[in-house]
Structures are given as structure tokens and as C-alpha cells.
Design a protein around this ligand. Structure first.
Ligand SMILES: [Zn+2]
Length: 91
């Protein structure tokens, strides 16, 4: 009786552990998928920002000024659109 009890207890523990592990695996998968989806979104939005900056570089009537946030920079920054005077980046 005692042996049967031990065997049953072990079996129940094993089943509970397996269930717990499967729940955790599902959660880890869920969060990994979220991260993949955020990374895709970040890439997509970064690309969009680059395209918009290119357009803005062409449309803004720039007012180039020394960049006080980066006083050693050899590039000036537009006081209106905040882009740097780096035409090769935006063309
Ligand atoms: Zn500008």
C-alpha cells in the first residue's frame, strides 16, 4: 500500500511538473514571438523614418546652424527640421 502510494505520488508530481513546464514553454514562445514582431516593427518604422527624412531634406528650406549638442561636429544642423547637413545621407 505504501509503495503504491509512493508510485502514485511520483506519477502525480511528474504530471504536474510536465504541465508546468509546458505552460512555461508556451509563455517563452509567446514572448519570443512578441520580440520578433517588435523587431520587425522597429525595422519597418526605422525605414519609414529614413524615407521621410530624405523627403524632408529635399522639402525643408533649411537654416543651417552650428550643432551645439555636438560642438566638435563638422556638420551643421538645420534649426527647423533638425537634420544634419549631410546631403550624401539623404540623397
Ligand atoms: Zn531643414
Amino acid at each position: 500500500m505504501n509503495i503504491l502510494n509512493d508510485v502514485l505520488n511520483d506519477l502525480i508530481k511528474e504530471i504536474i511538473n510536465r504541465h508546468e513546464t509546458e505552460k512555461i514553454i508556451t509563455l517563452v514562445r509567446y514572448y519570443r514571438n512578441n520580440i520578433f514582431s517588435y523587431e520587425r516593427k522597429i525595422k519597418k518604422d526605422s525605414k519609414k523614418i529614413k524615407e521621410l527624412e530624405k523627403r524632408m531634406y529635399k522639402t525643408c528650406n533649411h537654416n543651417w546652424e552650428k550643432d551645439w549638442d555636438d560642438p566638435y561636429s563638422r556638420y551643421k544642423v538645420c534649426s527647423k527640421c533638425k537634420l544634419a547637413n549631410m546631403h550624401y545621407v539623404y540623397n
